[in-house]
Design a protein around this ligand. Structure first.
Ligand code: SF4
Ligand code: SF4
Length: 652
């Protein structure tokens, strides 16, 4: 670092104060020409790949129904997820912070880099000499060089840490299936480290010295090698991911509407939309999605990172106008249909990739064109069309249950329409949950009624990609609700809640709906709290937690009844029960059963009761617990837990 102030006139120094990198001296015409040629070469190599990538993205199909407005949400996501790197840090705090420092250093170095190159042409910005530099106060230049130096230190430490993690610790999620550790990450890390080191070293050498000159050239060469490597490697996310986050569909697992009779979902390259292509090229291969995927964790073929990279591979080989099937060389149908749509992948992704529209899009492509042939799937679609419920039972069975429980019919005068759903209407355990919830509603004096005829919401058809069946069910239900003047619905099933509230919007405005956990928590003060339930571990259902952001309400119900125990993976990181995405109806899984893995985790907490808040989780754990030992914990829905607290005399 300069110890003596070196003015531009004295010593031939270009810099303006003591906290500045050494002045490399004046550059000859030959050096300037060499610099220009190197910059041109670097930029040309950059564009050679970036031009191809941007062309593939832009030539992809436009996203139907995409709107830039309202822009406030996009601006916030950009600020929070890109500038603050909040998601990167939140999900993996230590490596996340290291990544964030590298990113922030890039931002801090934008001006330093501009100044660095400008000095090579004798028009420095912060050097006190050039035409612009004359207008920039020396104090600002000094401050900025010091500021950048602090980031350079943080960035050097961070990149060294990330290098150690990737190449020595080697978490398995970072590697790609069937691929060696990527050399390119090592080269990029080395270049970033060298950029920071040469910048910092230049504070310690004399102005206009040979060392200063060599450091300047070393820094420049690192920059010019780094630039074209970016689009040729996964570091393309440096450029694309800010756009990916800004342009994302927003919300969670937003399945776009099909754009007409000729749109069957993601069938060939022609169906890839600009957002899907942009996302495919933005993947940084961090493996966070795979790390949390229940399918990948239980030995299935499905790996969400490989799904995204499969789309990228397809685009690289065939492009966005190709007729080749998307489910072929780069992605398999088997993998696409192993997804429980739990959303852990999409929730985790730090660069805004929306896995569920892609996976459901691929399923749509296979199902809507008849390419997916599955006995269980075919049977499910048949019974949905014929019986209008996923369990394939006669509607009379539901009527009998309604009569037996003396459930009033909704006639427009009651406050709530109690939505039974397929599980609540037909499944014996689901009916027990409904019966308990009704006990609570009666205790509270809440008026409710059930619809005379209720069809499945279409959730399994929607997630398995059968748009026709989904549309028929959604439209019929919406029409019935309009006719019966339903304004407010309460449901025990998070899948029904999600499908009614979000997916039905494609066909009309659905009534307001809430999950029974929200209802119970809101009425908590009027419910008895005996606290006699013992230790109760709560399992967050994916469609209630990640999909609806409801975490505290079911916990409040449990805490009023007993001692709430947390599973190791809880709240946003909860591990799926294996039922979602229509998989509850698709027969045997390959590999380990997702429900068994989760049930064992819940049993290992030592709780005497497992608290569920979804009839699908309930049914999956019921089977899984049968194999966990002689004395498995009790399995209860939160409605049953709340009902057990009621004074027996008060129960009808
Ligand atoms: S939604 Fe869940 S099961 Fe499907 S790929 Fe993502 S993490 Fe895996
Ligand atoms: S899809 Fe997202 S979470 Fe998965 S590897 Fe790529 S960047 Fe990481």
């Amino acid at each position: 670092m300069h110890l003596v102030f070196a003015s531009p006139s004295a010593l031939g120094s270009a810099f303006v104060g003591p906290f500045a990198p050494a002045d490399p001296g004046r550059f000859s015409i030959l050096e300037k020409m060499l610099l220009a040629a190197l910059i041109f070469t670097s930029a040309a190599l950059f564009w050679k790949r970036f031009g191809v990538v941007s062309d593939k993205i832009l030539k992809s199909r436009k996203d139907p129904g995409f709107h830039l407005f309202p822009i406030g949400r996009r601006a916030w996501d950009f600020f929070w997820e890109v500038l603050c790197q909040a998601k990167v840090i939140r999900e993996r705090p230590l490596p996340g912070l290291a990544h964030a420092f590298v990113f922030w250093s890039f931002l801090a170095f934008a001006l330093v880099t501009l100044n660095h190159i400008a000095i090579g042409f004798g028009i420095g910005i912060l050097d006190g000499i050039g035409p612009i530099a004359h207008h920039i106060p020396a104090a600002f230049a000094n401050f900025y060089f010091g500021f950048a130096a602090l980031f350079a230190i943080a960035c050097s430490i961070s990149i060294a840490g990330l290098f150690v993690r990737r190449f020595l610790v080697r978490p398995k999620w970072l590697a790609r299936e069937g691929h060696q550790l990527s050399w390119e990450s090592g080269v990029i890390a080395g270049l970033i480290f060298a950029l920071m080191a040469t910048y910092l070293a230049s504070f310690y050498v004399a102005d206009a010295s040979l060392a200063a000159r060599l450091l300047w050239w070393a820094h420049t060469l690192c920059l010019l090698v780094f630039l074209p490597l970016v689009p040729h490697t996964k570091h393309l996310h440096l450029i694309l991911s800010p756009a990916t986050i800004f342009l994302s569909r927003g919300g969670f697992s937003q399945i776009p509407a099909l754009s007409g009779d000729e749109d069957f979902g993601l069938v060939t390259g022609k169906d890839l939309t600009q957002l899907v292509s942009l996302q495919a090229y933005s993947c940084v291969e961090c493996g966070r999605c795979t790390e949390h995927c229940p399918a990948a964790n239980t030995g299935k073929l499905l790996n969400p990172k490989e799904i995204v990279l499969g789309i990228r591979g397809y685009l690289n080989e065939y492009g966005p106008t190709a007729e080749e099937l998307l489910l072929g060389k780069y992605n398999s149908q088997e993998a696409a249909f192993q997804c429980t749509t739990c959303g852990a992948c999409e929730f985790q992704c730090p660069v805004g990739i929306e896995h569920l529209p892609i996976i459901v899009g691929l399923r749509r492509g296979a199902t809507n064109t008849g390419a997916w042939e599955d006995d269980h799937g075919g049977k499910l679609f048949n019974v949905l069309e014929r019986n209008s419920n996923a369990l394939g039972m006669s509607a009379l069975e539901r009527d009998k249950f309604v009569q037996k429980q003396e459930l009033p019919t909704f006639d427009g005068t009651q406050e709530y329409c109690l939505w039974l759903g397929c599980m609540g209407g037909y499944d014996p355990k689901g009916r027990e949950i409904i019966a308990s919830f009704v006990e609570v509603m009666r205790y509270l004096g809440t008026s409710y009624g059930v619809m005379r005829k209720e069809k499945c919401t279409g959730d399994p058809a929607r997630r398995l990609g059968n748009d026709l069946v989904f549309q028929q069910l959604a439209e019929a239900n919406l029409e019935a609700m309009r006719a019966q003047k339903v304004k407010k619905i309460v449901s025990i099933c998070p899948h029904c809640v999600r499908t009614i509230q979000e997916d039905w919007k494609e066909f009309g405005a659905p009534p307001e709906i809430e999950h029974h956990s929200e209802f119970l928590a809101r009425h908590q003060a009027r419910l008895p709290q005996n606290n006699t339930g013992g230790k109760i571990v709560y399992h967050d259902p994916c469609y209630l937690g990640r999909y609806r952001n409801v975490y505290d309400q079911p916990r409040a119900v449990i805490a009023a009844a007993g001692e709430l125990v947390e599973a190791p993976r809880n709240r946003e990181r909860s591990f799926c029960c294996g039922a979602g995405g229509g998989l509850a109806f698709l027969g045997e899984e390959t590999g380990e059963r997702v429900s068994h893995v989760r049930a064992q985790e819940l049993v290992a907490t030592g709780a005497t009761t497992i608290g569920a808040a979804c009839p699908f989780c309930n049914t999956m754990f019921r089977d899984a617990l049968a194999g966990t030992g002689d004395d498995p914990p009790r399995l209860l829905d939160i409605a049953q837990i709340a009902a057990a607290q009621l004074p027996k005399t008060a129960v009808n």
